[in-house]
Design a protein around this ligand. Structure first.
Ligand SMILES: Nc1ncnc2c1ncn2[C@@H]1O[C@H](COP(=O)(O)OP(=O)(O)OP(=O)(O)O)[C@@H](O)[C@H]1O
Length: 385
């Protein structure tokens, strides 16, 4: 099943909740709608489900006008964060419900319904709970029943709105893999709303990042993380620090520090925003080749250590860095230490009002990985006295 969403706009009074949103979804694809609260994700899903209608725009499913059909005829399976299962029905009855209430002409026979529901419960590892009532299930089990109920009617597409939103972290993580496997094996075209970037990046074939009712970027999860199209996407998907910078011939000036590298094709003298991911902030082996900075804080996160750094000459900016815990221990780094850092790469964006991606800058000699050795500790790190 393909979906072609074209220029969808939805206004609530003067407020524009969806602003000319276009998107193509391929058969069997799992697309995650990711964005901050109020960015229009649920509005888009509700329009697709038939619970709301757009002011403008069109949606074609396999070339046919989806919006012309009532919600009940759209063939969508819908699961919300708090999916109200029928409390007075067993798991079996809940899952069978959608089939039992079908018009007579479309309703399978009693035995066929029974077989289909049992097969589905089996597949969803719910068979042993068939006779239980919702109140006798855990939150994760209930969401699985909600999914089974949505799937029982063999929908053409699945629409999920924060399906794991109400569950604790451990259950969420285990259900992610489970749902992904199930969706793949069924080949079911799926749109999933989430504001959890980890969930979107792990599960989706493609991620749609939404911002203020518009599509900020669409792409494969790794592409979105590696080359965010705007400072907003960089800041929302993954972490990063924004550094003011100027392009000069053969170098980038970052807070007055010269990083040599290829700047061909970029206008000299142009002011840009340089964004750097924490894992791209490396410890440089030799001070003259690195940017001097001071460790303001070190926070252990198990295998990694999160460092907050103050770059010399860049007041008011705290640079986020992430280093291997083993390196930090081996080099005996402490808060207050003076270090030299190198940047593996920086994404450059235009300044307002045109904050588009200018390009990715890779400084020459952006070494500083542990493999390059820190034999002479004194050369790159000086303890403050
Ligand atoms: N029926 C409505 N009347 C007025 N405003 C609405 C209505 N429905 C949604 N909105 C507004 O439209 C905007 C987008 O809402 P939507 O629910 O799509 O956001 P979202 O990205 O799904 O956010 P969240 O992650 O918080 O659910 C919000 O500012 C919301 O207040």
């Amino acid at each position: 099943m393909t979906l072609e969403i074209r220029q969808l706009t939805r206004r609530f009074g003067a407020f524009v909740a969806l602003d000319r949103v276009s998107l193509d979804v391929a058969p069997g694809e799992l697309v995650a709608l990711l964005g901050p609260s109020g960015s229009g994700k649920s509005t888009l899903l509700r329009i697709l489900a038939g619970l709301d209608a757009p002011d403008q725009g069109s949606v074609l499913r396999d070339g046919e006008d989806l919006l012309a059909h009532d919600a009940s005829r759209r063939g969508v399976g819908l699961v919300f964060q708090h999916y109200a299962l029928f409390a007075h029905m067993t798991v079996f009855e809940n899952v069978a419900f959608g089939l039992r209430v079908r018009r007579r002409a479309l309703r399978p026979g009693r035995q066929a319904i029974r077989q289909r529901v049992l097969a589905l419960l089996e597949r969803m590892q719910l068979a042993e709970y068939a006779a239980r009532y919702p109140s006798q299930l855990s939150g994760g089990q209930r969401q699985r029943v909600a999914l089974a109920r949505a799937l029982a009617v063999e929908p053409a597409m699945l629409l999920l709105d924060e399906p794991f939103g109400a569950l604790d972290q451990q259950v969420r993580v285990s259900l992610r893999g489970w749902l992904r496997d199930l969706q793949r094996s069924l080949g079911l075209t799926t749109l999933m709303v989430t504001h959890d970037q980890e969930e979107a990046l792990q599960m989706a074939d493609r991620v749609v990042v939404m911002h203020e009712g518009r599509v900020a970027q669409v792409g494969r999860p790794d592409a979105i993380y590696d080359v965010p199209a705007s400072p907003f996407v960089h800041g929302f998907v993954g972490r990063g620090t924004r550094l003011p910078a100027i392009v000069v011939p053969g170098a980038l000036l970052v807070s007055g520090h010269r990083l040599a590298g290829d700047t061909e094709g970029w206008e000299p003298g142009r002011e840009v925003e340089a964004w750097v991911r924490p894992e791209d902030v490396r410890l440089a082996p030799r001070v003259p080749w690195g940017v001097p900075a001071r460790i303001e804080s070190l926070l252990s996160r198990g295998a990694t250590v999160h460092a907050a750094l103050a770059i010399d000459g860049a007041s008011g900016i705290t640079l986020d860095a992430e280093w291997h815990a083993g390196d930090v221990a081996r080099l005996s780094l402490h808060e207050g230490d003076q270090v030299a850092i190198a940047f593996a790469r920086l994404r450059l964006y235009g300044t307002e009002p045109d904050p588009r991606l200018v390009g990715v800058f890779v400084p020459h000699g952006a070494f500083g990985t542990p493999e390059h050795g820190f034999a002479d500790r004194g050369m790159w790190s000086q303890r403050r006295v």
